[in-house]
Design a protein around this ligand. Structure first.
Ligand code: GLV
Length: 310
């Protein structure tokens, strides 16, 4: 039987291919160039599959997303909602995204961006007292599997962690805000780490009203999806508030164009969508475990709740 692999953006594609071959050894692994074999494809391991390929995969049984996000599949016009999607839920990815969040949080907390900007001007800016962990309330916007990893690391380090989540839940040591309490969550956060998925509800959720509700000398770390930020509003906010910092890993359009104003602002740090790089071995192993279940049970439960949109 046949497995389609497609990804043109991730690092270490050769390792991905080798690892997929190691686990799925009974499958014929093809790329989108092998269109003559599309009819035989039962499994697809993909990231940003071109929309026109999907209707040609007439015998597709399951789509494995190579990341935690599934928006790259749901946005395809030709996606047939009956085909289950499996996403990566991996503790190593959780560790990576928590490390990234901590690094950017510390960058803000210890004034590193200010010192870097001073260094660029060969200017000794002098002592600045950092904020201590216990005095910093970190708001996590989106407390799913990965958000929980971030929250756990920050709680261990004595930060005061609060979170906003779509549906009510209880998590030890974390005050959770839901539903209409979003403004209270924003007001009570000293800094916000956003890890929202891309859905119609989260589109432009971080807009002028959101940003002006945030504390003035604050910081926004976005490691969710770019569509959640109204970028024009964030640019205006950053220009008006020089002591407001943005750490942006995701954008509405990636790669970010060289003409984007975000590159030039001294209070912005940009990384190229690397906060939660997928760990290859555990992810392929996980996909293989689902594949084995599918072989036995003939069906598999989708990880995506289509009414939630993620
Ligand atoms: C990365 O953005 C992912 O969805 O894993």
């Amino acid at each position: 039987m046949t497995l389609l692999f497609h990804n043109t953006t991730f690092d270490k594609i050769d390792v991905w291919k080798k690892t997929i071959k190691k686990y799925f050894k009974n499958e014929n692994i093809i790329s989108i160039k092998d269109y003559k074999k599309f009819n035989a494809v039962k499994y697809a391991i993909v990231w940003n599959l071109p929309d026109e390929v999907l209707p040609k995969l007439k015998n597709l049984k399951v789509i494995f997303s190579m990341g935690a996000g599934v928006d790259h599949i749901l946005k395809l016009n030709n996606y047939n909602k009956k085909i289950p999607i499996i996403r990566i839920k991996d503790t190593l990815m959780g560790e990576r995204i928590a490390n990234y969040s901590l690094a950017q949080l510390l960058n803000y907390q210890l004034n590193f961006k200010i010192f870097q900007n001073s260094q660029n001007k060969r200017y000794w800016s002098g002592e600045r007292t950092p904020i201590d962990n216990k005095n910093l309330t970190v708001g996590i916007l989106g407390l799913g599997f990965l958000g929980n990893h971030i929250a756990r690391l920050l709680c261990k380090l004595d930060y005061n962690v609060i979170a906003y989540k779509k549906s009510p839940t209880k998590v030890k040591n974390i005050k959770i805000y839901t539903g209409k309490n979003i403004l209270r969550f924003i007001k009570n956060s000293d800094v916000i780490i956003s890890i929202l998925p891309s859905t119609p509800q989260t589109n432009n959720m971080i807009n002028k009203k959101f940003l002006t509700t945030m504390k003035k000398n604050s910081c926004l770390i976005n490691i969710g999806r770019g569509n959640t930020i109204e970028e024009k509003d964030l640019l205006n906010h950053l220009k008006k508030n020089k002591n407001f910092f943005a750490y942006l890993d995701v954008f509405k359009n990636e790669p970010l164009k060289s003409s984007s104003q975000f590159w030039k602002l001294p209070n912005v740090t940009i990384t190229p969508h690397v906060a939660g790089v997928t760990a290859i071995e555990p992810s392929v192993r996980y996909m293989y475990s689902i594949y084995k279940k599918l072989k036995i049970n003939k069906k598999v439960k989708s990880d995506v709740n289509l009414s939630n949109g993620y």
